[in-house]
Design a protein around this ligand. Structure first.
Ligand code: MG
Length: 172
């Protein structure tokens, strides 16, 4: 979607749908599907809700991705990872992002914009995923070919928010 599209349709539901589609496509291009994220949600919430299905987790991930602030956080972080991979960021940010400097922390801050949508439960889920690196998080963290400085936190944030959403809806 180009800049003109965005300006024209800014208040339209259609732009939200297009933004969501763009996020899903960019995530897939970076090797992460919504099912991967749903599996993280399932692992987080299943202990509290034995009849929880992967489909319910996937629906929750889809619902979180409807939110504009979530879409913007995803688009921003993925863009920064991609630019860092191509060596396009100005220094010193290029080196900091490309090397996933441990003290940088702005990748986590951006992801908090996603977890905050569903309050404190989202925050604690995010902290747990950040420490344990379950599922797809371990896969992308172990890929030395690509920059996933923002992506790992964004995916964890998305899964954490989708889990908190289920909890708030009394499903887990
Ligand atoms: Mg990170």
């Amino acid at each position: 979607m180009n800049r003109l599209d965005y300006r024209i349709d800014n208040l339209d539901h259609e732009v939200k749908r297009k933004l969501k589609e763009t996020v899903i496509r960019l995530m897939a291009e970076r090797g992460v599907t919504l099912v991967d994220v749903a599996k993280l949600v399932f692992d987080l919430q299943r202990p509290y809700y034995p009849t929880l299905s992967l489909e319910e987790c996937l629906a929750s991930v889809n619902s979180v991705l409807e939110k504009r602030e979530v879409q913007f956080a995803m688009l921003t972080g993925i863009a920064l990872d991609v630019c860092a991979e191509k060596g396009l960021l100005p220094e010193p940010i290029q080196t900091i992002v490309a090397s996933d400097e441990p003290l940088y922390g702005i990748d986590e801050v951006l992801a908090l914009g996603i977890t905050n949508v569903y309050g404190t439960i989202g925050l604690t889920n995010f902290g747990y995923l950040d420490k344990t690196k379950l599922g797809i998080l371990a896969v992308i963290n172990d890929n030395p070919q690509a920059v996933y400085t923002f992506m790992d936190d964004l995916v964890a944030g998305l899964a954490a928010a989708a889990s908190a959403r289920l909890a708030h809806n009394g499903m887990a």
